[in-house]
Write a protein that binds this ligand. Structure first.
Ligand SMILES: C[S@@+](CC[C@H](N)C(=O)[O-])C[C@H]1O[C@@H](n2cnc3c(N)ncnc32)[C@H](O)[C@@H]1O
Length: 281
């Protein structure tokens, strides 16, 4: 019989050979799931022999990860801004850069104003940003839209699991089915071009929906639509905050300078100018 430690070591080496990033961590996460314990609890049972049924479940997880299926899809969930969200092929896996954008919004940019009464999340995907904002601002009302029926279905499931009620989830092609105005609009739209997608890791290229990644006009068409139309839907002094791809925030801040009272950009933790903050006139 193999011990927990032996299985972990073998699996980490197997993942390394398959090019899986963070092989040790992923092996630990998957083994913890197979043993129905927390990752750190593995360290207390390294010598414990694994049963045949535990091994067979873990092997299935490990085979999937070696084919570069994302860890979050195998686990079926992801942690995002203190929420545990269901996660599968129906929508983009929420990213740490997007959590950072929320940090910026909550801690830095909007700290002088009271809670935004009305919030819109454009392209909500799994519902990640909308749900995090709805939880953080319980007195606000949040509208989350997406053009994908599958994403909307997942977002509704996530709202139900998190028991978050100050949210409406609606189908809309960007602003098409939206008549209301908002104090805060957030968006993490598709912003990659075809070359960037072809160069992305298999986890992204093969498992995130293409409609969540690709935007024509060198990744800029959706951002331009959003920045061009948002002023009609922002209350006086309200903010539009978008996540952008490489080099896009700087370009957009010049192109749209006349549409807003003030435009600012901010870097992510990798020092990429990742976010654009547009304040309505
Ligand atoms: C990069 S994903 C972001 C998902 C989520 N906001 C997040 O940060 O994890 C972009 C989302 O925009 C949606 N989307 C793409 N085109 C759209 C459109 N024309 N109107 C509304 N949503 C759209 C996609 O379905 C996808 O869910």
């Amino acid at each position: 019989m193999q011990s927990v430690l032996e299985v972990l070591d073998k699996c980490a080496a197997y993942f390394s050979a398959k090019g899986v990033p963070n092989p040790k961590f992923d092996a630990q996460m998957l083994l913890a799931r197979a043993l129905k314990c927390k990752r750190l609890e593995l360290f207390l049972q390294f010598e414990r022999p694994m049963s045949d049924s535990e091994l067979s479940l873990f092997r299935d997880f490990a085979r999937r990860r070696a084919k570069r299926e994302p860890l979050q899809h195998i686990l079926g969930e992801v942690e995002f801004f203190g929420l545990r969200l269901k996660c599968d092929r129906r929508a983009l896996i929420p990213r740490p850069e997007t959590e950072e954008m929320l940090d910026n919004i909550i801690k830095l940019r909007l700290c002088n104003s009271s809670s935004p009464a009305k919030i819109l999340d454009l392209g909500t995907g799994s519902g990640a940003m909308a749900l995090a904002l709805a939880k953080h601002f319980p007195d606000s009302s949040v509208l989350a839209v997406d053009a994908s029926d599958q994403a909307l279905e997942l977002a509704r499931e996530n709202a139900a699991v998190a028991s978050i009620r100050n949210i409406e989830i609606r189908k809309s092609d960007w602003f098409e089915n939206i008549d209301e105005s908002f104090d805060l609009i957030v968006a993490n739209p598709p912003y990659l071009n075809e070359i960037e997608i072809s160069e992305a890791e298999p986890e992204v290229r093969e498992f995130d929906p293409i409609s969540a990644l690709l935007s024509p006009d060198n990744g800029m068409r959706d951002l331009r639509k959003i920045l061009g139309n948002a002023p009609k839907h922002l209350n006086c002094g309200g903010f539009l905050v978008c996540e952008c791809g490489l080099g896009q925030a700087e370009k957009l801040s010049v192109e749209f300078s006349n549409f807003y009272g003030k435009i600012d950009t901010a870097k992510d933790l990798s020092h990429v100018e990742r976010y654009i903050f547009c304040q309505a006139k």
